[in-house]
Write a protein that binds this ligand. Sequence first.
Ligand SMILES: [Zn+2]
Length: 65
Amino acid sequence: MKCHQCQTEMVRDCNVTVEGGMYGIKISKKRKGLFNKVSAKTKAAVCSSCGYVALYIDEYNDFRE
Ligand SMILES: [Zn+2]
């Protein structure tokens, strides 16, 4: 995963939490069918060169329609 700003390799697997709590951010989506809801915990990648932060999930395949 490369930084969008400066193309440096980003540091993945950083935790995303809400300040003042232990809560992370979850992405979810309703779907049709047997497994009618998908959700994923948001992670962050940080660029150690310019400070750019990108959010991503590992379970992106589950969101495919
Ligand atoms: Zn960068």
